[in-house]
Design a protein around this ligand. Structure first.
Ligand code: GLN
Length: 278
């Protein structure tokens, strides 16, 4: 299409190349306008710059880049988080970790929370904003991820302490009442890593050794040294890892071990309570 189109024309052009829903999201971003304008004003002509920006985004989408990276944001638990290719794109499944934390700790007068491998900061920031009493620490090994998370915390008005640490490596002796983690848990040879959005996400946030359990094993195994007696650990894991993760929790001496299902009915989070070694 050589002439600069109107909104309806631009959407029609894009729909031949990418999903209709993605086309609408990208056009809204290119025009910096609410969704209602695309519907209410289909005959509005794009500027040259808007059309060029939109075409560029559609081409990148055709090449597979995730929409969240193209527009630089993704919603999680009702808030918009900035994302870059340095961080995993937050998933709705991970909201289950938030629900579990709220169910167990809403009534707590004071609460120390640790989010391990925070990425965009979605979990840590949501917990800081949803749990008034929470004093939240978030760690990540990646400095680039921490920059993204810190910017999100500042923009959303959340008070979170950020630490650069390879899992518990740089954390010292601190103990928490709640530890949450959405670590990498995909097997390194899993063909899904070469499909869809996953191709563009940081491999270090996705893959964890031959079975996908390397990081889960480290987190579960070392959490007892960082939990107060009576504290909880909740970890997200793969669709077929619940049994193995419950085993890791049992080996580490956790009590009240359980798994919880995600929106698709798949056991997606497992956890347990640390009652101290007596
Ligand atoms: N749930 C993600 C996926 O399978 C993986 C996230 C992770 O490894 N923590 O796409």
């Amino acid at each position: 299409m050589s002439a600069v189109p109107d909104i309806a024309g631009a959407l029609g052009w894009a729909r031949e190349r990418i999903e209709q829903m993605d086309a609408r999201v990208l056009l809204r971003h290119a025009l910096a306008c609410p969704a209602s304008r695309l519907v209410a004003w289909p005959e509005q002509r794009l500027s040259d710059a808007e059309w060029a920006a939109f075409q560029h985004m559609v081409e990148r989408r055709v090449a597979g880049e995730p929409v969240a990276y193209l527009i630089g944001e993704r919603e999680f638990y009702g808030r918009s988080f900035s994302v870059t290719p340095a961080v995993l794109i937050p998933r709705p499944d991970t909201e289950l970790l938030v629900e579990l934390a709220l169910a167990h700790f809403s009534a707590q007068p004071r609460l120390r929370v640790l989010d391990m491998g925070t990425g965009s900061g979605a979990l840590a920031i949501t917990l800081a904003l949803e749990l008034d009493a929470a004093d939240v620490t978030a760690l990540d090994r990646s400095r680039e991820a921490l920059w993204v998370a810190m910017a999100n915390a500042a923009r959303l008005g959340a008070s979170v302490s950020f630490v650069q640490s390879d899992w518990f490596g740089s954390l010292g002796e601190e103990r928490f009442q709640l530890i949450v983690a959405n670590p990498p848990y995909i097997a390194a040879a899993d063909p899904h890593l070469e499909e869809g959005d996953l191709r563009f996400e940081p491999r270090s946030a996705l893959a964890a050794g031959a079975s996908g359990l390397d990081d889960l094993a480290e987190i579960v195994g070392r959490s007892p040294q960082h939990l107060e007696s009576g504290g909880w650990l909740f970890v997200e894991h793969g669709y077929d890892q619940a049994f193995a993760v419950r085993g890791l929790l049992a080996d580490a001496g956790f009590a009240s071990i359980a798994s919880w299902k995600d929106l698709a009915g798949i056991e997606r989070v497992s956890g347990g309570r640390w009652l101290g070694r007596g």
